[in-house]
Ligand binder design. Structure first.
Ligand SMILES: [Zn+2]
Length: 286
């Protein structure tokens, strides 16, 4: 059992693959092929109508955009876009997921496009969507983060036991993950392990978290780092929509970086302000 001693202990673990690897795919294809051959041998002369269809390049099981989006438009498609580019909000800023394509959304789309080598025009069209489809898994999580990773709930799992309905908590965790994907990209697309994400009230108490911790809402993640220094992570987080950042120099945060979205959290009963502190990294309070 993982030992929690009042803090979050970064656990170095490899990231879980979310898709079948190339090798696994080909093994699966071989198995299917073998089954077809076996069938043909068993029933000579039978018509074999088994087609092994290759998956479409970006078959998307999560969400599909049906129009170009730009400033002045609004709708759920804008909101879906905002969730995925909120991690490109820029220094000390946030992109609200309000379904209205304003200047902040346009700027975030531009930064997203630049980060992935696309034409940076701030308009979401086929190129931008293709990149988003490539980045997202069928359950809508970004490629390098997953629901299980964000829901370690003291080893128990499940999104219940917090102050919010579990569906809301899970949705918050999804928003958190897209910001983490942006942060990870900024840090060179190297592994960025989450050592603690959502915590039920019981779990939060067990690990000695602050009583009104953002972890209870699905809006927070504690990060270890395999490749970058913790200060690199904390400093970069300032550009990716995280209004709460605590890292080295802040009490009990010398071994991980805490990031959260408290400014967007209307359920926690505290003012929607930015709160950063990692004095060892040159990040002041406030
Ligand atoms: Zn934390």
């Amino acid at each position: 059992m993982r030992r929690w001693n009042g803090r979050d202990v970064p656990v170095r673990r490899p990231e879980l693959p979310h898709r079948l690897s190339f090798r696994e795919e080909s093994v699966r294809a071989q198995i299917v092929k073998r089954a077809v051959v076996a069938f043909a041998l068993a029933f000579p002369g039978a018509a074999i109508a088994v087609a092994v269809a290759a998956p479409a390049a970006h078959a998307d099981g999560c969400y599909t955009w049906n129009r170009d989006l730009y400033r002045g438009l609004s709708g759920n498609d804008v909101r879906q876009l905002q969730i995925r580019v909120a991690g490109w909000a820029g220094r000390r800023d946030i992109v609200e997921t309000d379904g209205r394509y304003g200047p902040k959304t346009a700027a975030a789309v531009k930064r997203f496009q630049s980060a992935y080598g696309l034409r940076a025009d701030g308009i979401a069209g086929s190129q931008t969507y293709a990149k988003l489809y490539a980045l997202q898994d069928d359950d809508c999580t970004p490629r390098h983060f997953s629901y299980p990773e964000l829901d370690d709930g003291c080893g128990r799992g499940g999104w219940s036991g917090g102050p919010l309905p579990s569906a809301t908590t899970k949705e918050n965790a999804l928003h958190t993950m897209w910001k983490l994907e942006a942060l990870r990209r900024d840090l060179g697309d190297k592994p960025l392990p989450v050592t603690s994400g959502y915590r039920s009230t019981t779990c939060n108490r067990q690990v000695g978290g602050a009583s009104n911790s953002q972890h209870r809402y699905g809006t927070a993640a504690d990060l270890g780092s395999l490749e970058s220094s913790l200060c690199d992570v904390a400093r970069a987080a300032r550009d990716h929509g995280f209004s709460g950042i605590y890292g080295p120099g802040y009490p009990d945060h010398d071994d991980h970086v805490h990031v959260d979205s408290r400014r967007e959290n209307d359920d926690d009963g505290i003012p929607n302000t930015t709160s950063w502190s990692a004095s060892d990294c040159g990040i002041g309070a406030g």
